[in-house]
Design a protein around this ligand. Structure first.
Ligand code: ADP
Length: 541
């Protein structure tokens, strides 16, 4: 800039630093050294200790030869070591690659190979899988075993334990931020519901911004107590790993969980926040009375990863949970949109209120753009709540790109927007509503049918525990909706005809399922229903 506002300092002088979430932990440790950072069973760490352990980890990795741009993989549940890796790995200039713990050896081997991991920190619960995956690799990899007394412990894979490894590092290691905020901080593979896993690369800037974006979106203040029901391997725990350091809040770790564990953690630690896919909400709603513990405070639940049926939102809110509905993808650092709430909507009748909340909403404060546009031209569709288009994002919390995949990166960003592959509509008030993934939409007699709309009706049936709808090829109509339904215990006698009648009373007839299959629903490790498996089942009907 020239003229009177050119004050002589350049962008890279001391008053302009590269954004990185690594700065949050330094602050947490210096401002709140004695505050609890992590709770894991009977173990408690303070922020001073978590910072120290993360520094030791960084130092030990550097001694091992990890340099800027090297990948360090972690295979661990939601435990302190995994949390520490979110700081210790990037502090070396390295890139954290958290692996999905439910993956098979072949996929793990693929990711270690593709991401070129130099070291792997792995919990002994997964020793067998890791062992098999390593046998598929052509090269040796340094493995550090996490030896968690609370977990199942398979045969060690590496020659050193995580705690021994930390002891080789210096607690006063000089913490280094990125040279450039555009440097990679993490590598997250998509779960592959849409084909081959792609390596989504996050930069420090985006991670910093979305960590703060979460805090704004959820109105988090004070010292929140966050329960780790969402896997840390999923988009770095939707960036909440870094949000918690920004707030110097307390994380309650969980290796595994069920409804009982969720309730007991909430009442024991006075949990204020937790995240999850609608399956986690379902787990809470459908818990048995003896699994529940009482709690007298409001618990905030952030729901994303799949569309929460309005009926599910209604029920969980009655149980003392306040729900924030967010929407995003691995490519957008997790949640990048939310159904921003207007207090006057609280006055709406319950069903309408939940329908409002089931909308995916508007962009996060830290995201620049979200629209529903034409898949080819990106031109926004009219805000008429009817015209279907693709959800498109733009801004600083969209990934840096796909690792070693320029063609996919270019395609994803064509037309200057990031293409989500989700189809939806724009409401007159500027809120988006997702109707389907582009490949999930059903076209029957030339009409679009949103499977989410049909599912939301199925969820209102008192006997339905879970439901998913996919297209069934049909000679006359092209496709018709086929519903897969899991019934609640006690409702096993429900018949196909009854379900169809229930839908016909609430939906345009062409949208109603023509077939109903009663079964368990196949899910991904992040709790999403695998529609492609259902489509395969349909072909065999
Ligand atoms: P994958 O694509 O491998 O399943 P992601 O975690 O990136 O893994 O999934 C992102 C997808 O999840 C979105 O494209 C969308 O289809 C779905 N999704 C996430 N949040 C919501 C939501 N609130 N409502 C509807 N769908 C959602």
């Amino acid at each position: 800039m020239s003229g009177k506002y050119d004050l002589g300092l350049e962008k890279n002088d001391a008053n302009y630093t590269q954004l990185s979430p690594l700065t949050f932990i330094e602050r947490a440790a210096s401002v709140f050294p004695r505050r609890t950072s992590l709770i894991h069973g009977d173990t408690r760490y303070t922020w001073k200790e978590t910072f120290e352990r993360s520094r030791r980890l960084a130092s030990a990795l550097v001694k091992l030869g990890i340099e800027k741009g090297d990948t360090v993989a972690v295979m661990a549940p939601n435990i302190p070591a995994h949390y520490e890796a979110h700081f210790g790995v990037p502090a070396t200039g390295g890139v954290l690659n958290s692996l999905n713990i439910r993956q098979d050896p072949g996929s793990i081997a693929f990711i270690l190979e593709h991401g070129e991991a130099k070291a792997l920190i792995a919990d002994r619960e997964y020793s067998e899988v890791i062992h098999k995956a390593l046998n598929m690799l052509d090269r040796d990899l340094l493995v550090i075993d996490i030896d968690d007394p609370l977990g199942k412990r398979g045969e060690p894979v590496g020659g050193t334990t995580y705690e021994e490894f930390l002891n080789t590092g210096d607690a006063d290691f000089t913490w280094r931020g990125p040279d450039d905020e555009w440097d990679a901080i993490s590598l997250n593979y998509t779960s592959g519901t849409t084909g081959n896993p792609k390596g989504v690369v996050y930069h420090h800037r985006g991670a910093y911004l979305n960590a703060l974006g979460n805090i704004i979106a959820w109105g988090m203040t004070g010292c929140p107590v966050y329960l780790w029901t969402l896997p840390m391997f999923h988009c770095n725990g939707w960036c909440f790993t870094w949000s918690m350091a920004a707030l110097a809040g307390t994380s309650v770790c969980l290796r595994h969980f069920d409804a009982k564990k969720i309730f007991s953690s909430i009442s024991e630690h006075r949990v204020t926040h937790l995240c999850g896919a609608p399956v986690v909400m379902n787990m809470i709603i459908n818990s048995k009375v003896e699994e529940r513990s009482a709690f007298g405070h409001r618990v905030n639940f952030m729901a994303a990863a799949a569309a929460p049926p309005a009926a599910v939102l209604e029920r969980i809110e009655k149980m003392g949970f306040g729900v924030t509905h967010a929407y995003g993808l691995t490519e957008t650092y997790g949640p990048a949109a939310l159904c921003e709430w207007h207090s006057e909507w609280d006055e709406l009748p319950p069903v309408e209120r939940s329908m409002m909340k089931a909308r995916q909403g508007v962009r996060y404060t830290v995201e620049e753009g979200l629209t529903i546009g034409d898949q080819e031209t990106c031109k926004p569709v009219p805000s008429d709540a009817e015209t279907i288009g693709e959800a498109l994002f733009r801004g600083n919390i969209v990934m840096k790109g796909y690792l070693k995949n320029p063609a996919a990166t270019e395609e994803a960003f064509s037309g200057g927007w990031f293409h989500t592959g989700d189809l939806g509509v724009m409401h007159p008030d500027g809120y988006i509503e997702i109707k389907d993934r582009s490949k999930d939409i059903i076209i029957s007699g030339g009409e679009n049918i949103s499977t989410l709309e049909v599912e939301s009706v199925l969820y209102r049936h008192p006997g339905v525990l879970e439901a998913a709808v996919v297209a069934r090829p049909d000679a006359e109509w092209g496709e018709t909706p086929c519903a897969f339904v899991t019934l609640k215990t006690g409702a096993e006698e429900t018949k196909e005809k009854e379900i169809i009648e229930f839908c016909r009373a609430r939906l345009a007839h062409f949208k109603c399922p023509k077939t109903v299959v009663f079964t368990e629903l196949p899910k991904t490790s992040t709790g999403k229903i695998q529609k492609y498996v259902l489509r395969e089942m349909v072909r065999k009907l």
